[in-house]
Design a protein around this ligand. Structure first.
Ligand SMILES: NC(=O)c1ccc[n+]([C@@H]2O[C@H](COP(=O)([O-])OP(=O)(O)OC[C@H]3O[C@@H](n4cnc5c(N)ncnc54)[C@H](OP(=O)(O)O)[C@@H]3O)[C@@H](O)[C@H]2O)c1
Length: 242
């Protein structure tokens, strides 16, 4: 029997590449996104691969009241799912008050609310994986992305709590922490040799889904790098330029 996944924020470039890997293995997919045209484009490309059914659901993270209905609809389309992936995210380099609020809502509040709903759905069907795209930015709050990082740090904390609650019910909660990836979200920033491609990041996510870790850094060497960065004194961190 083919495996099944629901992907929220399916128009994210990282999510799209991950979906391609899953589709190539024959996974049936429900793609959730807020932009009809972009969602259709992603779904059509996946269907062209001719592997397994691909469904679309329109939904906006900003509309938190609609999240329970979206989870129900995904469940109805798939019956049971093996994987739920939350990939949406918002980033502003020099945010004003409204943008800080938006990042907090999308990256933290709505993501946590959705993670709770999906976690409960997986627990009721007695197992599965809930994977959430967080970021290394949450590990060390640097001047370049302080507000974004704080939303991801809050998300990480909520996922830790959810993991403890759901592990006894057979649900794996996987926190995925990419470094900088070349996607529309980082289009403003210059590329460097440290910038990963979405394809390489998706491959790292695919490996993480097969592994057993609860928190995965993509690429893996970022775990050691951020371990060291976390040891730096705050005054030094506040001088970091990246
Ligand atoms: N790129 C990086 O360097 C990097 C590094 C670490 C972690 N991440 C995380 O990886 C995840 C995917 O990001 P990405 O790099 O693939 O960026 P991306 O291609 O720009 O995708 C961002 C996604 O978030 C969606 N989104 C934004 N606001 C939304 C809202 N109100 N409701 C529903 N969806 C919304 C976008 O939808 P639309 O297509 O409709 O705009 C899009 O699907 C994010 O959680 C991000 O924080 C990215």
């Amino acid at each position: 029997m083919s495996k099944k996944a629901v992907i929220f924020g399916a128009t994210s470039l990282i999510a799209e590449h991950t979906a391609r890997l899953l589709a190539a293995e024959g996974w049936e997919l429900v793609l959730v996104g807020r932009n009809r045209q972009a969602l259709q484009a992603v779904a059509s490309n996946l269907r062209l691969m001719g592997c397994a059914p691909v469904h679309e659901l329109l939904g906006d993270a900003a509309d938190m009241s609609a999240l329970p209905q979206l989870v129900d609809s995904a469940h109805q389309l798939l019956g049971r799912f093996d994987l739920a992936l939350i990939a949406w995210g918002s980033f502003y380099p020099n945010p004003d008050a409204r943008q800080i609020q938006e990042m907090e809502r999308i990256n933290h509040t709505a993501a946590t609310a959705l993670a709770e709903l999906l976690g409960e759905a997986l627990a009721q069907q007695r197992g599965g994986t809930l994977a959430v795209l967080s970021s290394v930015a949450g590990d060390v709050l640097r001047p370049a992305n302080f507000f974004y990082g704080s939303t991801k740090a809050a998300l990480d904390a909520d996922l830790r709590k959810l993991r403890l609650k759901l592990a006894p019910r057979g649900v794996r909660v996987l926190t995925i922490k990419p470094g900088r990836v070349e996607t529309p979200m980082t289009a403003f920033a210059p590329r460097s040799f440290l910038t990963a491609t979405p394809a390489a990041t998706a491959a790292g996510i695919r490996r993480a889904l097969q592994g057993r870790r609860d928190v995965v850094y993509v690429p893996g060497w970022l775990r050691a790098a951020f371990f060291v960065l976390r040891l730096l004194p705050k005054w030094l961190v506040s001088r970091l330029r990246f």
